[in-house]
Design a protein around this ligand. Structure first.
Ligand code: ADE
Length: 270
């Protein structure tokens, strides 16, 4: 996979040289190219922003440097169009599903904005030729999109074939598609078996695969119910077995008439 990042802070992307992404690059699995947006300015102050039309606070990134930068990146590419990813708090939520989708694309170009964002015409222009995703990494506002580029790149890179040593490594991830879909991953333990008088759950020493799998699923349900009740609300009752139903009932969830699990609400008489 090839990834291009156009930014006014190329140093911000230094972490892409280390750890999982750095290793994937060193092994030739990932080709990352970081570009300084100011290279495509032509005035002596290398201006990349201007005041917003219609008034209001802050500055808006000018369309001309972005247009020239994206055209230049495209020009040193192959005969295919890249996918443009624009991190913005007003984008669609970045999820594991989108990470999987992006990991299947051969070429991503990131356009992280600073200030109040990029002149809208840039998105409109490239959306006519390229697949464009405006993506938010969460309901909070960062000073710019570079941190989001690091987040998205790492989530995507670890899904590329050959990047993780063990192909099963992302099978049980929280949010991984499959049997444990939409459940958070439960707790994990390693040696020593006793640490500060804290033992590890007996079942994990039993060597009994069925009981271990059951315990893991129960833990996943408990953690999901505590930390992400919205995921339990959305879960399809068809994927639940008898044990799951009993556990959810114990945790105060009931199967509602619409066949989804909702939290038991005490009735007025109680
Ligand atoms: N830029 C600023 N805040 C952001 C967010 N939450 N997600 C993606 N890009 C951003």
């Amino acid at each position: 996979m090839r990834i291009d990042v156009v930014t006014i802070f190329p140093e911000y992307l230094e972490p892409l040289n280390i750890s999982l992404v750095g290793k994937a690059r060193a092994r030739g699995l990932l080709d990352v190219r970081v570009h300084d947006l100011r290279e495509w300015t032509h005035d002596k102050h290398n201006t990349i922003d201007d005041t917003p039309y219609g008034g209001g606070p802050g500055m808006v990134m000018k369309p001309e440097p972005w247009g020239e930068a994206l055209d230049a990146v495209r020009a040193c590419g192959e005969d295919r169009e890249p996918v443009l990813v624009i991190p913005t708090p007003s984008g669609r939520p970045f999820t594991q599903e989108l990470a999987v989708e992006l990991s299947q694309r051969p070429w991503l170009v990131f356009a992280p904005a600073r200030y109040e964002g990029i002149d809208r015409r840039v998105v409109d222009e490239y959306a006519e030729r390229w697949e464009v995703h405006e993506v938010s990494i969460g309901d909070y506002v960062l000073a710019g999109g570079e941190a989001a580029v690091l987040v998205i790149t790492e989530a995507v890179a670890r899904l590329l074939p050959g990047v993780l040593g063990n192909v099963d490594s992302h099978r049980d991830d929280s949010f991984a598609p499959g049997a444990m879909a939409d459940l958070l991953e439960g707790p994990v333990y390693t040696k020593p078996p006793l640490w500060r008088e804290r033992a590890i759950p007996e079942v994990l020493l039993s060597g009994h695969h069925g009981r271990v799998a059951r315990w893991r699923r129960d833990q996943a349900f408990r953690r999901t119910a505590a930390n992400r009740p919205d995921l339990i609300e959305r879960c399809d009752p068809a994927v639940l077995d008898k044990n799951d139903r009993a556990l959810l009932a114990e945790l105060g969830w009931t199967e509602r008439a619409d066949k989804r699990f909702g939290r038991a609400v005490p009735s007025m008489e109680e």
